[in-house]
Design a protein around this ligand. Sequence first.
Ligand code: HEM
Length: 406
Amino acid sequence: MTSTGVIDLNDVELFASEGHHAAFRELRAHAPVYRNPGPDGSGFWALTRYEDVLAAYRDHDTYSSAHGAILGGSFRTGGDTASGDMLVASDPPRHRMLRRLMHPPFSPSMVARVSTQVRSLLAEGVARMRQEGGCDFALDFAPLLPVGALMALFGVGASDARHIVGLTRRMVGYRDPALCPQDDDERLRLAHAQADIFEYFADLLDERRDEPDRDDVLGMLLRARLNGLPLDDTQILYNCMNIAVGGNETSSYTTCAGFLALLRNPGEWRRLREDPGLLPGALEEILRWSSTNAYVQRVTLRDTRIHGVEIPAGEIVTLWNVSANRDPGQFREPDRFDITRDPNRHLSFGSGVHRCIGAPTGNAELAEAFTALIESGSAFRTAGDPVRLRSNFILGFTSMPIEIAG
Ligand code: HEM
């Protein structure tokens, strides 16, 4: 909330302090179709109830993805976007064609390769943590997930993968001084961070152009055909970027939030250690609890009305997963972390045509992380206050010190 008591969902401090849960409770109860204020009329609408968020996800005739999923996140200057070229920023029927092309990087065999690579990095990570008596979980352990995933998906070495994670971390953390110098204008900062990722993949594409047979994302996209034609460089690069940005921070920050929830709910952690068969359900609860991708953005293609509130065509509407996932209308005792919650139809991967194509990959990474932690047999505890990322889009941690208690 601002000093005047108005809820501002664009205020990153609200999310850094976990004050957002109280704000969303208020909005779900009293203003489920909320006009979030912004300077110079730049406000946006916010849907916060489960049923409304789900309905909007499923109604792509009314809610367009063409302007991208992040507020203020156009990918080119001049208001134009990656619209129609990047999977997440396209609408049907174009989206359907792109999605078909994007299936190979998410095949079961690729998911298995990601698991194997992540498992080997995590084994080293656990050994290091035991040797040193602890670590900064957010910096030293959780990023091993995207590093391993990128190595498998793009066929790059560990140091390149770490470099890409650094770039996507800066992009997602463009409003956090710990991750990105706050000197430029906010939109420019985001645009520069996006341009750096784009450039990295442009160089990789140049290296790989003559190797279309490679069994990795670039090889698959080089072989792909859209209406009988190869993808152009822009389409290839936007979709590499979509995979990197979509997968890097989400899986690692979800691991942080999930481990913190387990350490703060020792009874649940004990239950899981004693019966690792509970892991699949625990992962669903970790996904609901963390709601790492806090919202997605849409733009209305036509006038619409929700609970009597008119939203004209051409307006920005945000769909708040983090609020839907704590809606008491959908979840019994939503503020309780319960690894055996059933049913648990959370919206952390979205819904409808854009539902996360990387969900099996993300789930596999999370399963590896929590299996490694359980199998380490160590007793962990927090060793200082975790520091939350300054972002209202991705909920994460810039620091989370933990130590091994035995
Ligand atoms: C815990 C982990 C993850 C979470 C919470 C998450 C969340 C989401 C959400 C909410 C969407 C829907 C976006 C929208 O409707 O506009 C999405 C889409 C997407 N995600 Fe994930 N994601 C995760 C892991 C991954 C991974 C590991 C990858 C890739 C390796 C990935 C790649 C993508 C892509 C490419 C899309 C666009 C799909 C489309 O537009 O059809 N995600 N993700």
